[in-house]
Design a protein around this ligand. Structure first.
Ligand code: IPM
Ligand code: MG
Length: 383
């Protein structure tokens, strides 16, 4: 193809992307519905997808934990745990679908999903299962709490989860051997709804400050608008102060013990949120220790913050994987579906096991405890 034909082809591709994104904006504007009220449901179905790598190992223990915590509700039929098969890298590659259609159908039949980490191939065209699920189920708020009580750190990150750098991450264009483009998308309704989630949380939890974190000095359109929209939303929350920060200096601030405990609630675009929440989790004790909630108005998915750790499996260390991150996701799920007291109880036990008592410690190596031993320790403390 000559160069002009390539330009015409790529322009056509961009036009289609633009049209798709405009219809997504229209859909968001037209289809916004009040959030599902779990307390009113007579039955809540929790889907369980173990995932890849260490996923099945940590999920086995998370499911055991759930079966103990929700014993009565499960026997009364109020809660149904529904194992879902097929969200594996082998099946996904074989079908060349990020989330095979029949798996997605099963997932949609649930009210919430507890998901183990899934492997994402680098390059190629298979999209990450996480990205697909977040988009298909419209899980627009990625909520990640991090706390270090002895330092007074109590952070919560509201990462935009369906657009930004991710929405067209597998739809970039290139002129091979010459150049490549990826796209970042910020929409008005997409930003407004994540900002509302962050400010609602601040208001309902006695916080008085929200940090809006972007790189608006460089990404002038997408981050510039993200910041502006957050400010517009924040004006409706009197008493909550808004602070603008750039992502680079905020990344530095989080490792500055002099100032880091002053931050409370963060709202930020997708990719910055992805990166800084790994940093924050590391400050808490490692990515194995942080839970992650993906919240939409009609559906929610709870998962570990980390990946499937294929290297641990290759090295034969799978049994030493830390289930703490997924256990924290279980706490967030219990809270989301209305079991506040059970969530608080389990949270307290996890704090004891991970921060104060530490009688059984998982290190990822045979010198430490196994995943199952840690689960026994936690379960032993329940009632
Ligand atoms: C996360 C993960 C995912 C992401 C990957 C697995 C696609 O890193 O949940 O933070 O980039 O969002
Ligand atoms: Mg990440």
């Amino acid at each position: 193809m000559n160069e002009m034909a390539v330009v015409a082809d790529l322009t056509g591709q961009f036009r289609n992307l633009l049209m798709d994104q405009l219809s997504r904006v229209m859909e968001m504007e037209e289809n916004s519905r009040p959030p599902k009220n779990f307390r009113e449901l007579s039955r809540i179905t929790v889907g369980i997808c173990p995932g890849d790598g260490i996923g099945p190992i940590i999920m086995e223990q998370a499911e055991r934990l759930l079966r103990v915590v929700l014993r009565d509700e499960i026997s009364a039929g109020r809660i149904v745990l529904k194992p879902i098969e097929g969200l594996t890298i082998e099946n996904r590659l074989q079908k060349m679908e990020a989330v095979p259609e029949e798996v997605l159908e099963e997932i949609r039949k649930c009210d919430v999903l507890l998901k183990g980490p899934t492997t994402t191939p680098k390059g190629g065209s298979l999209e990450s299962a996480n990205v697909t699920l977040r988009r298909e189920l419209d899980l627009y708020a990625n909520v990640r709490p991090v706390s270090v009580p002895e330092e007074g750190i109590d952070w919560i990150f509201f990462r935009e989860n369906t657009e930004g750098e991710y929405v067209l991450g597998s739809k970039g264009v290139e002129v091979p051997g010459k150049l490549s483009f990826d796209f970042k998308v910020t929409t008005e309704p997409g930003t407004r709804r994540i900002a509302r989630k962050a400010f609602d949380y601040a208001r309902d939890n006695g916080k008085d400050k929200v940090a809006i974190v972007t790189k608006a000095n460089i990404m002038k359109k997408t981050d510039g608008n993200f910041s502006r929209i957050c400010h517009e939303v924040g004006l409706h929350y009197p008493g909550i102060e808004m602070e603008d920060w750039y992502i680079d200096i905020m990344t530095a601030n989080l490792v500055n013990p002099e100032i880091r405990s002053q931050f409370q609630v963060f709202v930020l675009p997708n990719l910055y949120g992805d990166i800084i929440t790994d940093e924050a989790a590391e400050i808490q004790g490692g990515v194995g220790t942080a839970g992650s909630a993906n919240i939409g108005d009609q559906y929610a998915m709870f998962e570990a913050i980390h990946g499937s750790a294929p290297r641990m499996i290759e090295d034969g260390l799978g049994d030493y994987a830390n289930p703490a991150s997924l256990f924290k996701a279980v706490v967030m799920m219990l809270r989301h579906i209305g079991f506040t007291a059970k969530a608080n109880g389990l949270e307290k036990i996890l704090e004891e096991c991970l921060e104060t008592e530490k009688s059984v410690v998982v290190t990822g190596f045979p010198e430490g405890a196994t995943c199952r031993e840690f689960a026994d320790y936690v379960i032993g403390k329940l009632d």
